[in-house]
Each structure stands twice: as structure tokens, then as C-alpha cells.
Design a binder for this molecule. Structure first.
Ligand code: DGY
Length: 325
């Protein structure tokens, strides 16, 4: 029997790679950069499945490029804002994602960014490398304290709750906002508030919401005006949740103290981007889930979703379950 044909838009880690290759005839894009759109459209022709990355924009045109044969789209990420879910549902194509396995790695990264921005690690490191460090002095590179500070978590899903758990260990008070919050984990004290209260009361604001029409540019000029001048913004969610021009202005005017971003618009951020001129803005290259175990687990879940879809089974992690009704 012929194996189902799938296009995979970037090389996979084990065990995902072996799973895909054992069940499918897989065409795996070998380049380090994503396939350009015309290539994606051309390679998809006649494919039964697509395993894609968050860097691939998957819309109706891409789905139709397969010529009606596409049975499943498996995104190797938990966020699915790169996929037109309505278009997939209209075509009865289930879309899979990789929740759960990147929770702890992403929460670790949020805390790494929070600490780095609070204690001005990038500035300090630059001082050492460039000879700016002349002596120890009482007022040199003063940063923010965590103990007793309030952490505002926007989006209290798996990752937001894992960040709250970490905050307990640092002696922080936690407030959160979420339209559909899950209960805090046992032993975690966290209070639900509205966004305005969160912005006004928080010393640190950490973003963990998905990118939707409701959250696009949520952190805009009006939001920064509500924050404390000593506050620090951390974003490991999606770049477009933050209005970057407003952020630049808020950081430049010291309307807020600092920002630490793992996600930006665009990605990669051009090296001449204004945000990169600011000493109080730390930017990393979307690596919150980039631990060996996490990325390997993401590959495995993406492969399992793909294979289930090809078999006509329900995807283990489906973001548009309406396709089954
Ligand atoms: C995701 O899975 O959505 C993350 O952004 C990947 O790091």
C-alpha cells in the first residue's frame, strides 16, 4: 500500500522525524530558512498532510494548493496564529498543535528574561566587555527587587500558571487577568484582577496570552501610561501583542523601566530596528521553548498529530475540534 505523502517545512528532531518517516512518504524541506511561499504552494500539490512551523503562513491559498488532498495540518508549536483556522475548518481539515510540552521551558525563559531585565544583565555584560566597568560603587547599575514585588500575568493558561508557581519561590505577589482562567496550581496564591488594575499595580508584567483579534496590540500607548515608571514588561507570547512603536516610546521616555522580549514583529527583528538602540530593551530570538527535551517533545507531538490525521483519527491535540462535529 502507498504511504501517505506529506510535506514537512523544516527538518525535525527525533523522535518526530522517525515517526513521520516510518508512516509517510515525507518530503522534508532541508534548508535552514523556511520555504518561500511559491515553493510552499508548489511542494504542497497532491500532499495528504502538512507539518509546518510557526514561521509558515498557512492560509486558504496554501490549503487549496494541495488540490483537495490535504487531510491534516500539524503545527510544530502551541500557538497557531500563523494558520487561518476558519479556512481550515471550512475545508474540514483538522489542525494540530503541541500544548503542554513547552510549558516549563517557556516559563523558565519568562523568568530568565524577568531576572535579566530586573538586574540589568545585558547592560552589565556590555560594560564588562567594553571596559565601561571602572569600579564597584553603591549606585552602579541599580535594578529592581523581586521579593515583595507584584507580578502581573496576562493570560493564565498553562504557561501563565507555571510562571506564577515560579514567582512563589521568589516571594512575589501574583495577580492575573484572563477571560477564561484556569484555577491556580495548588500552593500558588494568585488573584484575578482586571487588566487596568494589573497594569497599575504590577512591578512586572509578563504576557502569556495567545495572539487573537482581542490581544493584538493589547500593550499599547494607553496601557504603558497605566504602568509604573519602575515596571518591567516581559513578552514570551507573540510579538504582535505589543505595539512596538508605543513600547519604544515608553522605554525611550523611561515611562517604564525596561522590557525583555523573546518575540517581536517581524522575526527576525532587523539589526537596525529602533528597539535595539535602547539599553533598557533586551531581545532574544524566539527561543523560549528551545530546550533539547522540549523541542524533541514538540517534534513528537507534531508527528503524532500528523499521523492521526492521515489515519482519519481524531488528532491528539486539535485546535479546531468543530471539524469532527
Ligand atoms: C509556540 O509553540 O507557540 C512557541 O512560540 C514556540 O516557541
Amino acid at each position: 500500500m502507498n504511504k501517505p505523502r506529506v510535506f514537512v517545512t523544516r527538518s525535525l528532531l527525533e523522535p518526530g522525524l522517525s515517526l513521520v518517516q516510518s508512516y509517510c512518504e515525507a518530503e522534508i524541506w532541508p534548508e535552514p530558512l523556511p520555504p518561500e511561499r511559491p515553493v510552499l504552494l508548489e511542494r504542497l500539490r497532491g500532499m495528504d498532510g502538512l507539518l509546518c512551523m510557526l514561521t509558515d503562513r498557512i492560509d486558504a491559498e496554501v490549503m487549496d494548493a494541495a488540490g483537495g488532498s490535504l487531510k491534516v495540518i500539524s503545527n510544530c508549536a502551541v500557538g497557531v496564529d500563523n494558520i487561518d483556522l476558519a479556512a481550515a475548518t471550512a475545508r474540514r481539515i483538522p489542525v494540530g498543535n503541541t500544548p503542554g510540552v513547552l510549558t516549563e521551558a517557556t516559563a523558565d525563559m519568562a523568568f530568565a528574561l524577568l531576572l535579566a531585565a530586573a538586574r540589568r544583565l545585558p547592560e552589565g555584560e556590555r560594560e564588562v566587555r567594553t571596559g565601561g566597568w571602572k569600579t564597584w560603587s553603591l549606585d552602579y547599575l541599580l535594578g529592581a527587587d523581586l521579593v515583595g514585588a507584584t507580578l502581573g500575568i496576562v493570560g493564565f493558561g498553562r504557561i501563565g500558571r507555571a510562571v506564577a508557581r515560579r514567582a512563589m519561590g521568589f516571594g512575589m505577589r501574583v495577580v492575573f487577568t484572563d477571560p477564561n482562567p484556569a484555577a491556580p496550581e495548588p500552593g500558588v496564591q494568585a488573584t484575578q484582577v482586571d487588566l487596568e488594575t494589573l497594569l497599575r499595580e504590577s512591578d512586572f508584567v509578563s504576557l502569556h496570552c495567545p495572539l487573537t483579534d482581542a490581544t493584538r496590540n493589547l500593550m499599547n500607548a494607553a496601557a504603558f501610561e497605566k504602568m509604573k515608571p519602575t515596571a518591567i514588561l516581559v513578552n514570551t507570547a507573540r510579538g504582535a501583542v505589543v505595539d512596538q512603536e508605543a513600547l519604544y516610546d515608553a522605554l525611550k521616555r523611561r515611562r517604564i523601566f525596561a522590557a525583555a522580549l523573546d518575540v517581536t514583529v517581524p522575526e527576525p527583528l532587523p539589526p537596525n530596528h529602533p528597539l535595539l538602540t535602547l539599553p533598557n530593551c533586551l531581545i532574544t530570538p524566539h527561543i523560549a521553548s528551545a530546550s533539547r527535551r522540549t523541542r524533541s517533545e514538540m517534534s513528537r507531538l507534531a508527528a503524532e498529530n500528523l499521523i492521526a490525521g492521515l489515519k482519519g483519527e481524531r488528532l491528539p491535540h486539535c485546535v479546531n475540534p468543530e471539524v469532527y462535529s
